[in-house]
Design a protein around this ligand. Sequence first.
Ligand code: PGA
Ligand code: ZN
Length: 431
Amino acid sequence: MASIAAIKAREVLDSRGEPTVEVDVFLNDGSRGRAIVPSGASTGKHEAHELRDDNPRRYHGCGVRNALDHVEIEIATALYGREASDQAGLDARLIALDGTREKRRLGANALLGVSMAVARAAAASAGLPLYRYLGGPQAAELPVPLVNILSGGLHGGGNFEFQDFMVVPLAANDFAQALEHAAAVYAAMKDVLKGRGVYRAGVADEGGYAPTLQSNQAGFELMTEAIERAGLKPGVDAAIAVDVAASQIVRHGHYHFESEHARLDAEEMVARLAAWAGRYPVVSIEDGLGEDDWAGWKLLTDRLGARAQLIGDDLFVTNLERLGKGVEEGAANAILAKLNQAGTLTETLEVIEFARENRYRAVVSARSGETEDTFIADLTVATAAGQIKIGALTRSERLAKYNRLLAIERELGPRAVYRGRERLAFNQASV
Ligand code: PGA
Ligand code: ZN
Protein backbone atom coordinates (compact mmCIF):
# COMPACT_ATOMS: atom_id res chain seq x y z
CA MET A 1 0.00 0.00 0.00
CA ALA A 2 1.40 3.36 -1.00
CA SER A 3 -0.12 6.74 -1.64
CA ILE A 4 0.42 9.41 -4.27
CA ALA A 5 2.98 11.95 -3.10
CA ALA A 6 3.57 14.02 -6.24
CA ILE A 7 2.72 14.18 -9.95
CA LYS A 8 4.89 15.90 -12.55
CA ALA A 9 4.28 16.40 -16.26
CA ARG A 10 6.53 17.28 -19.21
CA GLU A 11 6.01 18.12 -22.83
CA VAL A 12 7.95 15.57 -24.93
CA LEU A 13 7.83 14.69 -28.65
CA ASP A 14 6.20 11.73 -30.38
CA SER A 15 7.27 9.83 -33.50
CA ARG A 16 5.95 12.59 -35.77
CA GLY A 17 7.81 15.26 -33.84
CA GLU A 18 4.59 16.52 -32.29
CA PRO A 19 4.33 17.41 -28.60
CA THR A 20 2.70 14.98 -26.21
CA VAL A 21 2.28 14.51 -22.46
CA GLU A 22 4.73 12.58 -20.27
CA VAL A 23 3.76 12.04 -16.63
CA ASP A 24 5.73 10.95 -13.56
CA VAL A 25 3.82 9.75 -10.51
CA PHE A 26 5.74 9.50 -7.22
CA LEU A 27 4.50 7.45 -4.28
CA ASN A 28 5.24 7.92 -0.59
CA ASP A 29 7.24 4.67 -0.49
CA GLY A 30 9.71 5.99 -3.08
CA SER A 31 8.19 4.14 -6.06
CA ARG A 32 7.75 5.99 -9.35
CA GLY A 33 5.77 5.41 -12.52
CA ARG A 34 6.24 7.13 -15.88
CA ALA A 35 4.06 7.08 -18.98
CA ILE A 36 3.81 8.90 -22.31
CA VAL A 37 0.52 9.43 -24.13
CA PRO A 38 0.26 8.47 -27.84
CA SER A 39 -1.61 10.42 -30.53
CA GLY A 40 -3.55 9.48 -33.68
CA ALA A 41 -3.71 11.03 -37.16
CA SER A 42 -6.75 9.27 -38.60
CA THR A 43 -8.70 9.91 -35.42
CA GLY A 44 -12.33 8.95 -35.02
CA LYS A 45 -14.68 11.83 -34.45
CA HIS A 46 -16.12 10.22 -31.31
CA GLU A 47 -12.77 9.79 -29.52
CA ALA A 48 -12.03 11.36 -26.15
CA HIS A 49 -10.67 14.89 -26.59
CA GLU A 50 -6.94 15.50 -26.96
CA LEU A 51 -6.23 18.92 -25.44
CA ARG A 52 -3.90 21.14 -27.52
CA ASP A 53 -2.84 24.69 -26.68
CA ASP A 54 -4.05 26.32 -29.89
CA ASN A 55 -1.17 28.76 -29.58
CA PRO A 56 0.01 29.19 -33.18
CA ARG A 57 3.43 30.43 -32.03
CA ARG A 58 4.35 26.99 -30.66
CA TYR A 59 4.25 23.74 -32.64
CA HIS A 60 1.57 25.18 -34.96
CA GLY A 61 -0.91 25.19 -32.11
CA CYS A 62 -0.22 21.59 -31.04
CA GLY A 63 1.62 22.29 -27.77
CA VAL A 64 0.31 20.56 -24.65
CA ARG A 65 1.31 23.01 -21.91
CA ASN A 66 -2.29 23.54 -20.83
CA ALA A 67 -2.65 19.78 -20.35
CA LEU A 68 0.58 19.78 -18.29
CA ASP A 69 -0.80 22.52 -16.06
CA HIS A 70 -3.97 20.52 -15.52
CA VAL A 71 -1.88 17.51 -14.45
CA GLU A 72 0.40 19.40 -12.08
CA ILE A 73 -2.20 21.67 -10.49
CA GLU A 74 -5.76 20.39 -10.52
CA ILE A 75 -5.18 16.64 -10.92
CA ALA A 76 -2.16 16.46 -8.59
CA THR A 77 -4.09 18.29 -5.89
CA ALA A 78 -7.14 16.02 -6.27
CA LEU A 79 -5.13 12.79 -6.15
CA TYR A 80 -2.63 13.73 -3.45
CA GLY A 81 -2.55 11.21 -0.62
CA ARG A 82 -4.77 8.68 -2.39
CA GLU A 83 -3.97 4.98 -2.52
CA ALA A 84 -2.15 4.24 -5.78
CA SER A 85 -3.39 0.66 -6.16
CA ASP A 86 -7.00 1.84 -6.36
CA GLN A 87 -6.83 2.28 -10.14
CA ALA A 88 -10.60 2.19 -10.68
CA GLY A 89 -11.23 4.71 -7.89
CA LEU A 90 -8.52 7.05 -9.14
CA ASP A 91 -9.75 6.88 -12.72
CA ALA A 92 -13.31 7.55 -11.56
CA ARG A 93 -11.99 10.59 -9.69
CA LEU A 94 -10.22 11.81 -12.85
CA ILE A 95 -13.39 11.44 -14.91
CA ALA A 96 -15.50 13.26 -12.32
CA LEU A 97 -12.92 16.00 -11.97
CA ASP A 98 -12.97 16.65 -15.71
CA GLY A 99 -16.75 16.57 -15.70
CA THR A 100 -17.32 16.53 -19.47
CA ARG A 101 -18.42 13.65 -21.65
CA GLU A 102 -15.43 13.82 -24.00
CA LYS A 103 -12.84 14.79 -21.35
CA ARG A 104 -12.67 18.23 -22.96
CA ARG A 105 -11.94 20.34 -19.93
CA LEU A 106 -8.72 18.77 -18.59
CA GLY A 107 -7.98 16.79 -21.77
CA ALA A 108 -7.92 13.03 -22.31
CA ASN A 109 -4.16 13.32 -22.79
CA ALA A 110 -3.78 14.82 -19.28
CA LEU A 111 -6.06 12.19 -17.72
CA LEU A 112 -4.54 9.22 -19.53
CA GLY A 113 -0.94 10.20 -18.75
CA VAL A 114 -1.79 10.19 -15.05
CA SER A 115 -3.90 7.03 -15.29
CA MET A 116 -1.07 5.06 -16.96
CA ALA A 117 1.68 6.46 -14.73
CA VAL A 118 -0.33 5.60 -11.60
CA ALA A 119 -0.58 1.97 -12.77
CA ARG A 120 3.16 1.86 -13.39
CA ALA A 121 3.93 3.38 -9.98
CA ALA A 122 1.60 0.94 -8.22
CA ALA A 123 3.20 -1.98 -10.09
CA ALA A 124 6.64 -0.75 -9.06
CA SER A 125 5.46 -0.42 -5.47
CA ALA A 126 4.16 -3.99 -5.57
CA GLY A 127 7.46 -5.15 -7.10
CA LEU A 128 5.67 -6.64 -10.10
CA PRO A 129 6.04 -6.27 -13.87
CA LEU A 130 3.12 -4.24 -15.26
CA TYR A 131 1.46 -7.16 -17.09
CA ARG A 132 1.53 -9.22 -13.90
CA TYR A 133 0.29 -6.35 -11.74
CA LEU A 134 -2.65 -5.61 -14.09
CA GLY A 135 -3.43 -9.17 -15.15
CA GLY A 136 -2.71 -11.24 -12.07
CA PRO A 137 -0.70 -14.48 -11.89
CA GLN A 138 -2.59 -16.09 -14.77
CA ALA A 139 -1.59 -13.39 -17.31
CA ALA A 140 0.57 -15.38 -19.72
CA GLU A 141 -0.79 -15.08 -23.27
CA LEU A 142 1.36 -13.38 -25.89
CA PRO A 143 -0.61 -11.78 -28.73
CA VAL A 144 -0.68 -12.54 -32.43
CA PRO A 145 0.81 -9.40 -34.02
CA LEU A 146 -0.93 -7.70 -36.97
CA VAL A 147 2.20 -6.28 -38.57
CA ASN A 148 2.04 -3.33 -40.94
CA ILE A 149 3.72 -3.86 -44.31
CA LEU A 150 2.17 -1.29 -46.68
CA SER A 151 0.72 2.07 -45.69
CA GLY A 152 -1.66 4.27 -47.63
CA GLY A 153 -4.34 6.79 -46.76
CA LEU A 154 -3.38 9.36 -44.16
CA HIS A 155 -0.33 7.37 -43.02
CA GLY A 156 1.40 6.89 -46.37
CA GLY A 157 2.39 9.31 -49.07
CA GLY A 158 1.15 7.06 -51.86
CA ASN A 159 -2.08 7.31 -53.78
CA PHE A 160 -4.09 4.35 -52.53
CA GLU A 161 -6.71 4.74 -49.82
CA PHE A 162 -6.31 1.69 -47.57
CA GLN A 163 -4.46 2.84 -44.47
CA ASP A 164 -2.79 -0.49 -43.65
CA PHE A 165 -2.01 -3.75 -45.33
CA MET A 166 -0.78 -6.02 -42.55
CA VAL A 167 0.55 -9.55 -42.33
CA VAL A 168 -0.85 -11.95 -39.72
CA PRO A 169 1.55 -14.80 -38.99
CA LEU A 170 -0.56 -17.91 -38.51
CA ALA A 171 1.99 -20.71 -38.51
CA ALA A 172 4.21 -19.45 -35.71
CA ASN A 173 4.49 -21.46 -32.52
CA ASP A 174 5.35 -18.53 -30.32
CA PHE A 175 5.52 -14.74 -30.42
CA ALA A 176 9.22 -14.65 -31.27
CA GLN A 177 8.63 -16.85 -34.30
CA ALA A 178 5.64 -14.72 -35.32
CA LEU A 179 7.96 -11.72 -35.51
CA GLU A 180 10.46 -13.76 -37.49
CA HIS A 181 7.80 -14.63 -40.06
CA ALA A 182 6.50 -11.06 -40.23
CA ALA A 183 10.04 -9.76 -40.67
CA ALA A 184 10.56 -12.19 -43.54
CA VAL A 185 7.44 -10.81 -45.26
CA TYR A 186 8.54 -7.23 -44.63
CA ALA A 187 11.93 -7.95 -46.20
CA ALA A 188 10.34 -9.83 -49.11
CA MET A 189 8.02 -6.88 -49.78
CA LYS A 190 11.00 -4.65 -50.45
CA ASP A 191 12.11 -6.99 -53.25
CA VAL A 192 8.56 -7.25 -54.59
CA LEU A 193 8.23 -3.46 -54.72
CA LYS A 194 11.65 -3.07 -56.33
CA GLY A 195 10.76 -5.73 -58.88
CA ARG A 196 7.72 -3.72 -59.90
CA GLY A 197 9.62 -0.45 -59.90
CA VAL A 198 7.40 1.11 -57.21
CA TYR A 199 9.76 1.01 -54.24
CA ARG A 200 10.32 4.35 -52.53
CA ALA A 201 12.94 5.02 -49.88
CA GLY A 202 11.64 6.01 -46.47
CA VAL A 203 8.75 4.60 -44.47
CA ALA A 204 5.27 5.77 -43.45
CA ASP A 205 4.06 6.86 -40.00
CA GLU A 206 3.82 3.30 -38.72
CA GLY A 207 6.96 2.11 -40.47
CA GLY A 208 5.35 0.43 -43.47
CA TYR A 209 6.42 0.96 -47.06
CA ALA A 210 4.48 3.72 -48.80
CA PRO A 211 4.66 2.89 -52.49
CA THR A 212 2.57 4.50 -55.20
CA LEU A 213 0.13 1.80 -56.28
CA GLN A 214 -2.41 1.83 -59.06
CA SER A 215 -5.18 0.61 -56.80
CA ASN A 216 -5.99 -0.90 -53.43
CA GLN A 217 -6.38 -4.21 -55.18
CA ALA A 218 -2.70 -4.03 -56.11
CA GLY A 219 -1.99 -3.99 -52.36
CA PHE A 220 -3.67 -7.37 -51.93
CA GLU A 221 -1.67 -8.77 -54.84
CA LEU A 222 1.63 -7.47 -53.50
CA MET A 223 0.90 -8.80 -50.03
CA THR A 224 0.12 -12.26 -51.37
CA GLU A 225 3.28 -12.19 -53.44
CA ALA A 226 5.46 -11.05 -50.52
CA ILE A 227 4.09 -13.78 -48.26
CA GLU A 228 4.95 -16.38 -50.92
CA ARG A 229 8.36 -14.89 -51.53
CA ALA A 230 9.04 -15.15 -47.79
CA GLY A 231 8.54 -18.90 -48.12
CA LEU A 232 5.13 -18.90 -46.42
CA LYS A 233 1.87 -20.25 -47.76
CA PRO A 234 -0.72 -17.45 -48.12
CA GLY A 235 -3.79 -18.11 -46.00
CA VAL A 236 -2.15 -21.05 -44.26
CA ASP A 237 1.12 -19.81 -42.79
CA ALA A 238 0.37 -16.11 -43.01
CA ALA A 239 -2.69 -14.08 -43.94
CA ILE A 240 -3.65 -10.51 -44.73
CA ALA A 241 -5.32 -7.96 -42.45
CA VAL A 242 -6.35 -4.52 -43.65
CA ASP A 243 -7.38 -1.24 -42.07
CA VAL A 244 -9.56 0.49 -44.64
CA ALA A 245 -10.02 3.51 -42.35
CA ALA A 246 -13.17 4.11 -44.37
CA SER A 247 -14.25 7.14 -42.32
CA GLN A 248 -11.51 9.02 -44.15
CA ILE A 249 -13.01 8.41 -47.59
CA VAL A 250 -16.64 9.24 -46.87
CA ARG A 251 -17.97 12.24 -48.76
CA HIS A 252 -21.65 13.07 -49.08
CA GLY A 253 -22.69 9.61 -47.94
CA HIS A 254 -20.48 7.74 -50.40
CA TYR A 255 -17.13 6.00 -50.19
CA HIS A 256 -14.61 7.43 -52.63
CA PHE A 257 -11.77 5.25 -53.90
CA GLU A 258 -10.06 7.79 -56.15
CA SER A 259 -7.39 5.25 -57.04
CA GLU A 260 -9.99 2.90 -58.49
CA HIS A 261 -12.21 5.66 -59.86
CA ALA A 262 -15.00 4.31 -57.69
CA ARG A 263 -17.75 6.05 -55.76
CA LEU A 264 -19.62 3.45 -53.76
CA ASP A 265 -22.64 3.37 -51.49
CA ALA A 266 -22.53 1.14 -48.41
CA GLU A 267 -23.96 -1.84 -50.24
CA GLU A 268 -21.43 -1.56 -53.05
CA MET A 269 -18.66 -1.08 -50.53
CA VAL A 270 -19.65 -4.28 -48.74
CA ALA A 271 -19.75 -6.12 -52.08
CA ARG A 272 -16.28 -4.79 -52.94
CA LEU A 273 -14.83 -5.82 -49.57
CA ALA A 274 -16.46 -9.25 -49.83
CA ALA A 275 -14.99 -9.72 -53.31
CA TRP A 276 -11.50 -8.90 -52.08
CA ALA A 277 -11.93 -11.12 -49.02
CA GLY A 278 -13.01 -13.97 -51.30
CA ARG A 279 -10.16 -13.56 -53.70
CA TYR A 280 -7.25 -12.98 -51.31
CA PRO A 281 -6.28 -14.61 -47.98
CA VAL A 282 -7.87 -11.93 -45.80
CA VAL A 283 -8.61 -12.75 -42.15
CA SER A 284 -9.30 -9.31 -40.72
CA ILE A 285 -10.88 -6.06 -41.97
CA GLU A 286 -10.78 -2.94 -39.80
CA ASP A 287 -13.06 0.05 -40.35
CA GLY A 288 -14.43 -1.35 -43.59
CA LEU A 289 -17.20 1.24 -43.29
CA GLY A 290 -17.52 4.71 -41.84
CA GLU A 291 -17.77 5.61 -38.14
CA ASP A 292 -21.48 6.50 -38.32
CA ASP A 293 -22.64 4.05 -40.96
CA TRP A 294 -24.35 1.60 -38.58
CA ALA A 295 -26.60 0.20 -41.29
CA GLY A 296 -23.61 -0.45 -43.54
CA TRP A 297 -21.76 -2.13 -40.68
CA LYS A 298 -24.66 -4.47 -40.07
CA LEU A 299 -24.70 -5.35 -43.75
CA LEU A 300 -20.97 -6.06 -43.73
CA THR A 301 -21.23 -8.16 -40.57
CA ASP A 302 -24.13 -10.20 -41.96
CA ARG A 303 -22.15 -10.81 -45.11
CA LEU A 304 -18.65 -11.50 -43.77
CA GLY A 305 -18.92 -11.81 -39.99
CA ALA A 306 -18.90 -15.61 -39.98
CA ARG A 307 -15.60 -15.88 -41.82
CA ALA A 308 -13.53 -12.81 -41.07
CA GLN A 309 -12.64 -10.61 -38.17
CA LEU A 310 -14.37 -7.24 -38.61
CA ILE A 311 -12.80 -4.64 -36.33
CA GLY A 312 -14.45 -1.41 -35.28
CA ASP A 313 -11.84 1.27 -34.61
CA ASP A 314 -13.32 4.69 -35.47
CA LEU A 315 -16.72 2.99 -35.12
CA PHE A 316 -16.30 2.08 -31.43
CA VAL A 317 -13.47 4.42 -30.33
CA THR A 318 -12.83 2.17 -27.28
CA ASN A 319 -16.12 3.40 -25.86
CA LEU A 320 -18.45 1.17 -23.85
CA GLU A 321 -21.62 2.83 -25.07
CA ARG A 322 -20.69 2.60 -28.73
CA LEU A 323 -19.54 -1.00 -28.36
CA GLY A 324 -22.83 -1.75 -26.59
CA LYS A 325 -24.72 -0.35 -29.57
CA GLY A 326 -22.57 -2.47 -31.88
CA VAL A 327 -23.33 -5.63 -29.92
CA GLU A 328 -27.04 -4.82 -29.94
CA GLU A 329 -27.17 -4.11 -33.65
CA GLY A 330 -24.79 -6.85 -34.75
CA ALA A 331 -22.17 -4.44 -36.09
CA ALA A 332 -18.60 -5.82 -36.35
CA ASN A 333 -17.27 -8.74 -34.32
CA ALA A 334 -14.12 -7.21 -32.88
CA ILE A 335 -12.91 -3.98 -31.33
CA LEU A 336 -9.65 -2.09 -31.57
CA ALA A 337 -8.62 -1.00 -28.07
CA LYS A 338 -6.70 2.27 -27.85
CA LEU A 339 -6.03 3.81 -24.45
CA ASN A 340 -6.22 7.40 -25.63
CA GLN A 341 -9.54 6.94 -27.39
CA ALA A 342 -10.99 6.09 -23.98
CA GLY A 343 -8.89 8.42 -21.85
CA THR A 344 -8.28 6.23 -18.79
CA LEU A 345 -6.88 2.76 -18.18
CA THR A 346 -9.97 1.58 -16.30
CA GLU A 347 -12.33 2.45 -19.15
CA THR A 348 -10.04 0.64 -21.60
CA LEU A 349 -10.01 -2.46 -19.38
CA GLU A 350 -13.80 -2.33 -19.10
CA VAL A 351 -14.22 -2.15 -22.87
CA ILE A 352 -11.93 -5.16 -23.40
CA GLU A 353 -13.83 -7.10 -20.72
CA PHE A 354 -17.21 -6.16 -22.18
CA ALA A 355 -16.00 -7.26 -25.63
CA ARG A 356 -14.97 -10.63 -24.24
CA GLU A 357 -18.29 -11.11 -22.45
CA ASN A 358 -20.09 -10.45 -25.72
CA ARG A 359 -17.82 -12.66 -27.81
CA TYR A 360 -16.20 -9.77 -29.65
CA ARG A 361 -12.46 -10.07 -30.12
CA ALA A 362 -10.19 -7.30 -28.89
CA VAL A 363 -7.06 -6.09 -30.66
CA VAL A 364 -4.95 -3.76 -28.54
CA SER A 365 -3.50 -1.00 -30.71
CA ALA A 366 -0.84 1.66 -30.83
CA ARG A 367 -1.45 5.04 -32.50
CA SER A 368 0.31 6.41 -35.56
CA GLY A 369 1.94 8.99 -33.26
CA GLU A 370 3.86 6.87 -30.75
CA THR A 371 6.79 7.00 -28.36
CA GLU A 372 9.18 4.71 -26.51
CA ASP A 373 6.41 3.93 -24.02
CA THR A 374 5.65 0.19 -24.00
CA PHE A 375 2.49 0.19 -21.89
CA ILE A 376 0.33 -1.51 -24.54
CA ALA A 377 2.64 -4.54 -24.67
CA ASP A 378 1.97 -5.24 -21.00
CA LEU A 379 -1.69 -4.31 -21.34
CA THR A 380 -2.17 -6.89 -24.08
CA VAL A 381 -0.66 -9.68 -21.98
CA ALA A 382 -2.52 -8.53 -18.87
CA THR A 383 -5.90 -8.70 -20.61
CA ALA A 384 -5.10 -11.79 -22.71
CA ALA A 385 -6.57 -9.85 -25.63
CA GLY A 386 -4.72 -12.22 -27.94
CA GLN A 387 -3.91 -9.74 -30.73
CA ILE A 388 -1.91 -6.53 -31.01
CA LYS A 389 -1.44 -3.93 -33.74
CA ILE A 390 1.69 -1.83 -33.36
CA GLY A 391 2.90 -1.02 -36.87
CA ALA A 392 5.80 -2.30 -38.95
CA LEU A 393 9.02 -3.88 -37.74
CA THR A 394 10.91 -0.62 -38.17
CA ARG A 395 11.06 2.63 -36.19
CA SER A 396 12.00 2.35 -32.56
CA GLU A 397 8.67 3.60 -31.21
CA ARG A 398 7.22 0.40 -32.74
CA LEU A 399 10.16 -1.89 -31.87
CA ALA A 400 10.12 -0.78 -28.23
CA LYS A 401 6.76 -2.56 -27.90
CA TYR A 402 7.65 -5.63 -29.97
CA ASN A 403 10.87 -5.96 -28.00
CA ARG A 404 8.98 -5.62 -24.72
CA LEU A 405 6.74 -8.51 -25.77
CA LEU A 406 9.82 -10.59 -26.60
CA ALA A 407 11.13 -9.85 -23.11
CA ILE A 408 7.82 -10.80 -21.50
CA GLU A 409 7.75 -14.05 -23.46
CA ARG A 410 11.22 -14.92 -22.21
CA GLU A 411 10.38 -13.91 -18.67
CA LEU A 412 7.30 -16.15 -18.65
CA GLY A 413 9.38 -19.02 -20.03
CA PRO A 414 7.45 -22.29 -20.24
CA ARG A 415 4.38 -20.57 -18.78
CA ALA A 416 4.01 -18.37 -21.87
CA VAL A 417 0.96 -19.14 -23.99
CA TYR A 418 0.72 -18.40 -27.73
CA ARG A 419 -2.54 -19.35 -29.40
CA GLY A 420 -1.55 -18.29 -32.90
CA ARG A 421 -3.95 -19.22 -35.69
CA GLU A 422 -6.56 -20.29 -33.15
CA ARG A 423 -6.99 -16.59 -32.32
CA LEU A 424 -8.03 -15.83 -35.90
CA ALA A 425 -10.13 -18.94 -36.38
CA PHE A 426 -13.87 -18.60 -36.67
CA ASN A 427 -16.77 -20.60 -35.25
CA GLN A 428 -14.67 -21.45 -32.22
CA ALA A 429 -16.00 -21.79 -28.71
CA SER A 430 -13.89 -19.23 -26.90
CA VAL A 431 -13.01 -15.70 -27.92
P1 PGA B 1 -4.23 6.51 -36.00
O1 PGA B 1 -4.16 5.19 -36.85
O2 PGA B 1 -3.44 6.32 -34.78
O3 PGA B 1 -3.68 7.56 -36.92
O4 PGA B 1 -5.70 6.75 -35.70
C1 PGA B 1 -4.30 3.92 -36.29
C2 PGA B 1 -5.53 3.22 -36.80
O5 PGA B 1 -6.34 3.80 -37.54
O6 PGA B 1 -5.73 2.06 -36.47
ZN1 ZN C 1 -7.81 2.05 -37.65
